[in-house]
Design a binder for this molecule. Sequence first.
Ligand code: SAH
Length: 338
Amino acid sequence: MLKSENNEQNELHKKACLVRNKNATNSVYFRGLIEFSNICQNNCYYCGIRKSNTKVKRYELTVDQILMCVDSCYRNRITSIVLQSGERTDKEFTDFIFKIINEIKTKFPDIFITLSVGELPREIYEELFRLGVQRYLLRIETSDEQHYYKLHPDTMSFKNRLRCLNDLKEIGYQVGTGVMINSPFQKIENLADDILFFRDIDIDMCGMGPFIPHSETRFANYNYNREQSLNLGLNMISALRITMPDINIAATTALETISNCGRKLGLMAGANVIMPQFSPFSTRKEYFLYNDKPVGTEDDTDLINSLKQVCKESGMIPGFEDPGSSLHFQRRRHGKIH
Ligand code: SAH
């Protein structure tokens, strides 16, 4: 499936959409993405905001700025948000997240919150769950331990990342993970194994995107083939959809970066989630993970119209106001849908 091209690829994508529409949904779920800080203690070799990149202007939004972003999602009938940042484990940071969650839950009690702030101790994950965070995204980046250490320094720990995914699941979160596609040193077999990994740990959500070089990293001159990355990215979505019919799969920003209709193609390959950016314009360009990362449109009406258009063109229905819980999660937890 991953290698399919031309007609065979079209058939694969069509099949994945049929599987999605039958087992999950033909609505597109939206997640307002709020990238609230680019301060990071890690040094992932591929990432533009890694700690040792001194050219990055670091920022952290205030609680009030974050609330304004949430308000903007809410006004646009997007009732599910993703709070994402660089990784930190210090108390100042975890206390800050507790505060953010408390404030959001007080002012917007019916908003669904996904956190994507990296590896934390189990006790912190438990406290965040108690405060009302329902979902957590933590990409494994690659499910092959040896490959992992070609992309990360050995001060980072593959086993700890697995521990986190396991803890999150046990605590009761809807758990999402994902990988970078066509990353340096990756073989196609790794991607096939990644899909089996997702199946075996029984994820509820997935965000995968093509690797894109960043000019201030060791992979700056990595010779990547845009077309190949796009096709692999789309085929990964289809193959995962066929393997796990009722999970939520995102058509990611990285996909949109390598093709100007990447999101639409992602939906047409079997994805069902789009994560439009809702961070303030002043900081968007500082959350620069890879070259050419788009900053989006400034006007809410334009944004909403373009989301509607993408849904229409891919034959799907926009799921405004829909919390868009993973059906897989609901079946896993309750044995039924409600
Ligand atoms: N620190 C958070 C998320 C921040 S980065 C966490 O670890 O959960 C969000 C995602 O951007 C990463 O998981 C990674 O998969 C992706 N990313 C980083 N650099 C990238 C690059 N050069 N190309 C493509 N994706 C990249």
